[in-house]
Design a protein around this ligand. Sequence first.
Ligand SMILES: [Zn+2]
Length: 254
Amino acid sequence: MTGTSRNQDVIEGYERLKISDDDDHEGLILEDLPAGEHNKNYDFCLFGSFLTNRKVNFGALQETLSSIWRPVKGVFMEETSYPNLFIFKFFHELDVKRVLDDGSWTFNQQVLLLKRLDMNEQLKDVHLTNVFMWMQIYDLPIDFNSEFILKSIGNYVGKFIEVDSKNFQGLSKNYLRIKVAIDNRRPLRSHMKINKAGGGDWLWIHFKYERLPSFCFYCGIIGHSKKFCEDLFDNPQAGETRKYDSSLRAPIRK
Ligand SMILES: [Zn+2]
């Protein structure tokens, strides 16, 4: 079959498709997939990756994740051709949501990074950088307890994902909870200064992270310990400086 006849076949099959064989303007524009062309295999899929260059034992990974996730409708796991990039195919949205909600997850003390599969992405370009965690916010004045303010705090610290609806029940709280995505290339934040527009005193609020994976006490980045900190290798005079400690770790909630 020649290229031209193949292209014509394609055009007959797809109503809103543009195609060009011109080398200078080579391309195929799919404006919309015809009805029924949606590939259900990719529903409820997550990409998974690890912050390590070491090869992950896929068999052991499958066994461990199946036993800790225990998805009600099951999960199928596949290695991709890219190092340490996996696809987890679930069969129900509630299983996906629970796995995303209950993280972060670790395997052999390595953080598992997860994100929903994006149909527009090519495997070679998939980079996982977000660690999803529940963050506890301490010392926030009572009248700052609003979804708008919590969202602003979340987006200052990382990327806001959701609030715990229990924040708004009852009258006093030791801390408030929000879910955030933390970029694993940036240091964790342990505190920040906050004020309302229009004046008043600046206040310090503090954070703790639930199920916080191992992180560096020198640079505050998740995924390596101080012993392997490249920053510290570049600044050996910093010696024993410790900018972070385990107080960032929230006590396990049940
Ligand atoms: Zn470090």
